[in-house]
Design a binder for this molecule. Structure first.
Ligand SMILES: Nc1ncnc2c1ncn2[C@@H]1O[C@H](COP(=O)(O)OP(=O)(O)O)[C@@H](O)[C@H]1O
Ligand SMILES: [Mg+2]
Length: 368
C-alpha cells in the first residue's frame, strides 16, 4: 500500500475491550478509555486528576503498587502483574495488568500507560471446573467405602442376634445389644454416604413450595428462637425438579445455618440470629461451564459466625466438617442433587453473613 488509511485513534481506543489508563508524572489519572470507565464504573470527567493508586491498589494487596509505578516513571522499565487485586467500589476484583512508559516527547510530561484485563469470570469458571472434578472423584471414593462398610454389617448383625439367642443370658444381652445398635448406627451412616438411591422424579415445581415446607420445619425445630425473614420474588417460573430432593437440599443447608447460629450463642451479643430465605431471577450465570441467560437463585442466608476459614474452600467435599459431631456429608449430598438438576450451589461466607445460593437453570428446564 502506498498510502496509510486515516484512522480515528480515539474511536479505536474507545472500542477496545482492554481497559486503558493514562497516568501523569504525579501518578494522577490523565485519561481512561470507555472499557476502563466501565470497569471502574467511573467517568473520565470524575476520574481525571484523581490519584491512580486509589483504584489500582486494594488495601489487602501486599504488593507495593506505588513504588512499582514510581520506578517505571523513573527508569522506564515496564512491568506486568497477573491476578492482581484491585479495588472497585470497595470490592476486590482480579485483573492482569501491564504498566509501561509512554514517551510523549514533552519533557514535563512522562506518562504511564496501564492496560488492564479483568479475569474474575475466567478464574471463577476454572475454579468451578476443578471443583466439580474433585467432587466427583471424592463422591465415588465415598460410595466405594460405604459399600465396603455396609456389606459385612448384615452378617455381623445376624451373627450377633444368633449369639444373643444361644447365650440366653441377660448378663450378656447388654453387650449384644450394644453391638447391634452400633451396627445399626454404622449402617445409617453408610446409607447417608451412599446418598439417595432413588431415581429423581421430575415434575413442575414452584420453588417457593418446598422452601415453605423447609421454613415450617425449621420454625418447629427452633421454636421461634430464630427470626426467619422471607424475601420472595413470587413471579418466578416453575422449574422441572424432584420436589423431595429439593427439600433435602434446602433442609441440609438451612439446618447447617441453624446449627451455626444456635451452637455459637456467644457470637450474638448485640444482634438476633436471623435466617433469610430469598428467591430471585439471576441473569447470565455460568453453571457447570454452561452460560445460562437466566436462572433461579435461592439464597439461604444467616448472620452467624460464618464457615470456618480453613474449610471454606473445601466445604462441599464429602467428610469435610467443622463440627465435632458432623459427618460432612450434608453439603456434598446437596451439591450432588443440584448437579443432577443441572444446577449448582455456591457459598460466600464472612462472619455475620453466610449465603448459600442455589442456582437452577430454567430456560433449558422450564415448564411451558
Ligand atoms: N451456615 C453456615 N455457617 C457456618 N458454618 C457452616 C454453615 N454451613 C455449613 N457450615 C460448615 O460446613 C461444614 C460442613 O457441612 P455439612 O456438609 O452439612 O456437614 P456437617 O453438617 O455434617 O458438618 C459444617 O460442619 C460447618 O462447619
Ligand atoms: Mg450438615
Amino acid at each position: 500500500m502506498d498510502q496509510y488509511p486515516t484512522i480515528d485513534y480515539r474511536l479505536l481506543v474507545d472500542n477496545l475491550t482492554t481497559a486503558i489508563l493514562l497516568v501523569d508524572c504525579n501518578l494522577n489519572i490523565f485519561y481512561l478509555n470507555s472499557s476502563c470507565e466501565a470497569l471502574f464504573d467511573i467517568s473520565l470527567f470524575r476520574a481525571a486528576g484523581q490519584p491512580v493508586i486509589n483504584i489500582l491498589h486494594a488495601p489487602n494487596d501486599s504488593f507495593n503498587t506505588l513504588d512499582a509505578l514510581n520506578n517505571t516513571i523513573k527508569t522506564g522499565q515496564a512491568y506486568t502483574r497477573r491476578e492482581a487485586i484491585i479495588n472497585v467500589n470497595f470490592k476486590d476484583m482480579h485483573v492482569d495488568y501491564s504498566v509501561s512508559q509512554l514517551n510523549t516527547g514533552k519533557p514535563y510530561h512522562p506518562l504511564l500507560l496501564i492496560e488492564l484485563n479483568p479475569i474474575d469470570r475466567m478464574l471463577k469458571i476454572s475454579k468451578e471446573e476443578n471443583l466439580i472434578q474433585q467432587h466427583q472423584v471424592a463422591r465415588q471414593l465415598i460410595r466405594g467405602v460405604a459399600h465396603e462398610i455396609k456389606n459385612p454389617l448384615g452378617g455381623i448383625r445376624g451373627a450377633t442376634q444368633l449369639l444373643a439367642r444361644s447365650l440366653n443370658d441377660p448378663q450378656y444381652a447388654e453387650f449384644t445389644d450394644i453391638i447391634i445398635s452400633e451396627v445399626d448406627r454404622l449402617r445409617n451412616l453408610a446409607d447417608t454416604m451412599l446418598g439417595s438411591r432413588q431415581i429423581p422424579s421430575y415434575e413442575a415445581v414452584n420453588v417457593h413450595e418446598p422452601l415453605e415446607r423447609v421454613r415450617s420445619l425449621i420454625v418447629n425445630q427452633t421454636k421461634k428462637k430464630i427470626k426467619i425473614t422471607r424475601d420472595y420474588d413470587l413471579s418466578l417460573p416453575d422449574v422441572k425438579a424432584d420436589r423431595d430432593q429439593l427439600i433435602q437440599v434446602m433442609l441440609n443447608i438451612s439446618v447447617n445455618a441453624v446449627q451455626a447460629m444456635t451452637e455459637n450463642r456467644e457470637f450474638f451479643v448485640d444482634h438476633q440470629p436471623e435466617l433469610i430465605l430469598r428467591t430471585r431471577i439471576q441473569r447470565l450465570v455460568t453453571i457447570n461451564g454452561v452460560l445460562n441467560k437466566s436462572a433461579i437463585r435461592i439464597d439461604i442466608e444467616d448472620n452467624g459466625p460464618g464457615v470456618p476459614e480453613e474449610i471454606l474452600e473445601s466445604v462441599f467435599y464429602p467428610l469435610v466438617t467443622g463440627r465435632a459431631k458432623g459427618t460432612g456429608l450434608g453439603l456434598s449430598i446437596a451439591q450432588n442433587i443440584m448437579h443432577q438438576h443441572n444446577g449448582m450451589i455456591e457459598c460466600q461466607s464472612v462472619p455475620g453473613k453466610t449465603v448459600f445460593s442455589l442456582y437452577l437453570p430454567w430456560e433449558s428446564n422450564h415448564v411451558a
